[in-house]
Each structure stands twice: as structure tokens, then as C-alpha cells.
Write a protein that binds this ligand. Structure first.
Ligand SMILES: NC(=O)c1ccc[n+]([C@@H]2O[C@H](COP(=O)([O-])OP(=O)(O)OC[C@H]3O[C@@H](n4cnc5c(N)ncnc54)[C@H](OP(=O)(O)O)[C@@H]3O)[C@@H](O)[C@H]2O)c1
Length: 379
């Protein structure tokens, strides 16, 4: 399988490199792309010997090109798009974070390359456009998120589905009071009980906005109305998600929490191989499994996401952009955790929704929303 990784220096990207290294006979790396972590990218170039590399800034690209004259060094959004358009690829892993994932995903689809999609913002921003283009071009969108990977494995006949059940660990504030959560520090919020992920998604997991983004992602990936998507808090993160069928049968996918398995599933689909995870699942070791309803008073971001998803149009774009910029402001210690919700809600309330937007309108609204949030959070 000829493959490229966008976001190779991130949490998902690094684990994908581990999966790929474990199966050298199956994978051949074509290109890799990172953002600003040039040091790690340099190591990955030596390790993987890619044909093309892309970095965020032109300056870093010039530096790397001098060091590695035999490879083609690209930069910026165009670098990501060029890598994703290269027809040598049979599959592209899109694991950059934030809005940087949308254009390369569309580029891969337009060039008939299957996409292993970790970047959830792509579908939140432009799910209708991305999925209809993928369908038209016959391109597979394989979800890397463990929840959607689980649903992908549990779905046999979509016409007989009663509902999708997406599980959530509940994050670090599941057992804390609403006041403790409102006053949480960045360090406390970054301390996720189950998953070790990038900073943005870790903060989203603490507010349950991540689960909201996943609900919108699931709606687009599996063409499922929001009324048929349920979020269930499951602190052990053993059941990764489930599908209930019309006859009352529920099929769930289980495993110990590890992103290596869902990453490998999307990179090798439709095949399965022994991989980097050698632990066999043990029900007795897993012990008890708990399930609970999410507390929407404490986690109102989840409610916002259902609202944005149901209304559709550009409202999810505003929610995604406002939330992302507010998360960055929280990480910079400019606002409190609770203000992420307040700012996002405020931006959504003041938005004139455009139903069926063009890509240009999506990018415009994304930019305008980010500018407004930046102005609001500047101290
Ligand atoms: N981590 C998980 O377990 C997990 C699970 C499911 C879904 N996801 C989704 O997967 C995506 C990545 O998550 P992550 O946790 O791996 O994030 P992360 O650790 O923050 O990594 C993000 C990656 O994207 C690169 N990047 C960011 N902006 C870029 C830009 N403008 N141009 C080029 N590269 C850019 C970063 O490069 P540098 O680091 O070099 O700057 C890094 O390689 C997110 O959309 C997240 O929601 C993650």
C-alpha cells in the first residue's frame, strides 16, 4: 500500500508511523507532512525515506531542502494539497489538526485516492460537500476516530439501523462539580484519564465538544439523522461505540484503549493483520463496564454541537472555528474553560445561517469567526 501521512509529527501521525514500521512489507511511504516540529520531521525523513516532505513555513522548507537535497520539500497549505493530490498514493492519512485538513482531503478525493480521515474538523466544516464528492468519485473515507472506526466495523445494513451509540469516556471532569470544572486550570484540563492525544482534542474531550464534533462526523460518515445518534458516557473506554438494529440487537466493538488499533484498521482496510498491539482482549481483566447519560448542564458544548448539526448550513463551521480559537485562548491562559462554551454559544447566536454553503462561503465564515474570537479574547 503506497501511503502518505499529513500530520506525521502529531499524536495520530506518530502512532501511524509506528504501525507502518511494524509492517514494512505492506506499506510504502510516499510523502510525509508536519507543521512546525522540524526536529521530529528530520528524524522521520531519515527513518522513512519519503519522496516528498511538507512543512508549515517556507523558511523551514528551505532549511530542510538544503539538508536533504534528494527529496522534494514543500510548504504551507499548498504543500499539503500537493502531497494529497499525488496519484502515486493509494491512501492518504489526514491527521493534521484543525481546518488544515479540509483542502487536502478534497484534493485526495478529486484524485481518486482513498482517505483515512483522523481530522474531524473536515466533516464538521464541510461534511455534505466532502461526502457527496467522495460518493461521486467512488473514494472511500475511512474513519480513524476509534468511535467511528467501531461503528464502521459494526455496520452491516444501514437500512436496518435503529441508532448509533457513541461512547465517551467523560474526560477529566466527569466526577467533578460544575464549579470545579469552571475554574479548572490548563494543566488539570490536559490531564485526560484514558487517552494521550494532541492538546486541542484533549481540551475538547474535557468539555465534551469532542463528542459533539464526533456526533456531526458520524451524521456525515454514516448518513444518519441526529435523532438516531446517542451519546453514552462509558468511563472505561472499552466499548468504542455500537450500532443498534431495528430488531433490538446491539453490535459493539470492544478493545483496550489504544489508537494504534483504529489507525491500523483504516490504513490496512479491508485487511486485518497482527499489528503493534500484541495484547489480547480479556473480558475478565476488563472487569465491569459502566454506562451513563452525559450531564448536559455541566457539558453544554455537547448540546451546542447537536444544535449546530441539526440546523446544519454554516452553523457547524461557526461552532468549530469559535471553539478552536477559544481553545487556543484557554491554552494561552487568556480565558477560562467555561468561556470556551460562552464564546462559542455567543458566536453561534449571532450568526445568520447559510444553508447549503459553497466552499468559499465556508472558508469566509471560518475566517470571520476566528477573527472575531481572536479580537474578543485578546487581552
Ligand atoms: N489524538 C487522537 O487520539 C485522535 C483521535 C481521533 C481523532 N483525532 C483527530 O486527529 C487530528 C490530529 O489530532 P492529534 O491529536 O494527532 O493532534 P496533534 O498531536 O496536535 O498533531 C497535529 C498534527 O498536525 C500538524 N499540523 C497542524 N497544523 C498544521 C498546518 N497548518 N500545516 C501542516 N501541519 C499542521 C502538526 O504539526 P507540528 O506538530 O509539526 O506542528 C501535527 O503533525 C485532529 O483533528 C483530532 O481531532 C485525534
Amino acid at each position: 500500500m503506497k501511503i502518505s501521512i499529513l500530520g506525521s509529527t502529531g499524536s495520530i501521525g506518530r502512532q501511524a508511523v509506528e504501525v507502518i514500521q511494524k509492517m514494512p512489507d505492506f506499506f510504502e511511504i510516499v510523502s510525509i507532512a508536519g507543521g512546525s516540529n522540524v526536529e521530529l520531521l528530520r528524524e522521520q525523513i531519515k527513518l522513512l525515506n519519503p519522496k516528498n516532505v511538507s512543512v508549515k513555513s517556507e523558511q523551514d522548507a528551505i532549511k530542510l531542502q538544503k539538508e536533504f537535497p534528494k527529496i522534494n520539500v514543500l510548504f504551507g497549505d499548498k504543500g499539503l494539497v500537493d502531497i494529497a493530490s499525488d496519484k502515486t498514493n493509494e491512501r492518504i492519512l489526514v491527521s493534521v489538526s484543525g481546518k488544515a485538513g479540509l483542502k487536502p482531503t478534497l484534493a485526495a478525493i478529486d484524485n481518486h485516492i482513498d482517505v483515512a480521515l483522523a481530522n474531524k474538523e473536515t466533516l464538521v466544516m464541510a461534511g455534505d460537500i466532502v461526502m457527496s464528492r467522495a460518493k461521486k468519485e467512488g473514494v472511500k473515507i475511512l474513519p480513524v476516530d476509534s468511535e467511528h472506526g467501531a461503528i464502521h466495523q459494526c455496520l452491516s445494513n444501514r437500512n436496518e439501523v435503529e441508532k448509533l451509540i457513541i461512547t465517551a469516556s467523560g474526560g477529566p471532569f466527569r466526577n467533578k462539580s460544575i464549579d470545579e470544572m469552571k475554574n479548572a486550570t490548563v494543566e488539570e484540563t490536559l490531564h485526560h484519564p484514558r487517552w494521550n492525544m494532541g492538546k486541542k482534542i484533549t481540551i475538547d474531550s474535557a468539555t465534551l465538544m469532542n463528542k459533539g464534533l464526533e456526533v456531526i462526523e458520524a451524521h456525515h460518515l454514516f448518513d444518519m439523522p441526529y435523532e438516531k445518534i446517542q451519546v453514552v458516557v462509558h468511563p472505561q473506554s472499552i466499548v468504542h461505540s455500537a450500532v443498534e438494529y431495528v430488531d433490538g440487537s446491539v453490535i459493539a466493538q470492544l478493545g483496550f484503549p489504544s489508537m494504534h488499533i483504529p489507525i491500523q484498521y483504516t490504513l490496512t482496510y479491508p485487511h486485518r493483520f497482527e499489528g503493534i498491539e500484541t495484547r489480547s482482549f480479556d473480558f475478565i481483566k476488563a472487569g465491569r463496564l459502566d454506562f451513563d447519560a452525559p450531564d448536559l448542564e455541566k457539558f453544554p458544548c455537547l448540546k451546542l454541537a447537536f444544535e449546530a448539526g441539526k440546523k446544519g448550513g454554516t452553523l457547524p463551521v461557526v461552532m468549530n472555528a469559535a471553539n478552536e480559537e477559544a481553545v487556543f485562548a484557554f491554552l494561552d491562559k487568556k480565558i477560562s474553560l467555561w468561556q470556551i462554551f460562552e464564546i462559542t454559544k455567543n458566536m453561534m447566536e449571532n450568526h445568520d445561517n447559510i444553508l447549503s454553503p459553497s466552499l468559499e462561503q465556508i472558508f469566509d465564515i471560518d475566517r470571520i469567526t476566528r477573527e472575531s474570537v481572536k479580537k474578543l479574547t485578546k487581552i
